[in-house]
Ligand binder design. Sequence first.
Ligand code: DHB
Ligand code: FE
Length: 285
Amino acid sequence: MARISASVYTSHVPAIGAALDLGKTAEPYWQPVFQGYDFSKQWLKEQKPDVIFLVYNDHANAFSLDLIPTFAIGTAAEFAVADEGWGPRPVPKVIGHPKLAGHIAQSVIQDDFDLTIVNKMDIDHGLTVPLSLMCGHPKAWPCPVIPFAVNVVQYPAPSGRRCYMLGKAIRKAIESYDEPLNVQIWGTGGMSHQLQGPRAGLINKEFDTDFLDRLIADPEGLSKMPHIDYVREAGSEGIELVMWLIARGAMNDVNGGSKPPTVRHRFYHVPASNTAVGHLILENN
Ligand code: DHB
Ligand code: FE
């Protein structure tokens, strides 16, 4: 059977992608950001996942106001890199895993979650920046990736609770797949940031630190936090953090396991563009 070995959490700031693509990673502004991922790159190489289930949000690139799926699973064999206005990032296309994605869609939809099945989709910085942070500049990404897009751009976004419960359903789906795959689940986006309006530039280190603590030790309690708290404390784009709860809900300890996950790596840095960068690696026990 397939199993989830670890979960990874990271911000997806688009300027990080630009810094990488333009060779600016050693500049004093960016060096501390990328340093926070040195361990992670080595760790990922050693872990050799067979598939990454990557929870992210599209920023009106694949979707638009014409069509707003709350949860969309990418079932295609491959996904092209989106042109977000400056041409596509010079990174590899993403190879999917249609068979596992189809199995997850079957299981999760029958488990009462409404997923939109997407057979053709370009992927934007929400997905490529986390891959770049964790993999650097490879010729091809290290394994197939199943893109799972969550609407956190146009209200109403799903609640943290719904995301957490969905993570459990995704776990059940993955663990019932009849092939011995090593699967990682990544929750991306966040941390505190607001890109618009009078509070543009908002960062809340205290909130972010508490969020990381609770994600590790009390995900169940954290999942009950209402939207208004995210928006008030973490800014309008801080709502991206609900996606982290999908990955956390898929871990052993909250699905009948007796041992808490190992915190393999934890990193927090301000600033990167307008955003507080947060990053965690949790390994299942
Ligand atoms: C920024 C952060 C985001 O999450 C995003 O989607 C776009 C921009 C920023 O910090 O500039
Ligand atoms: Fe974003």
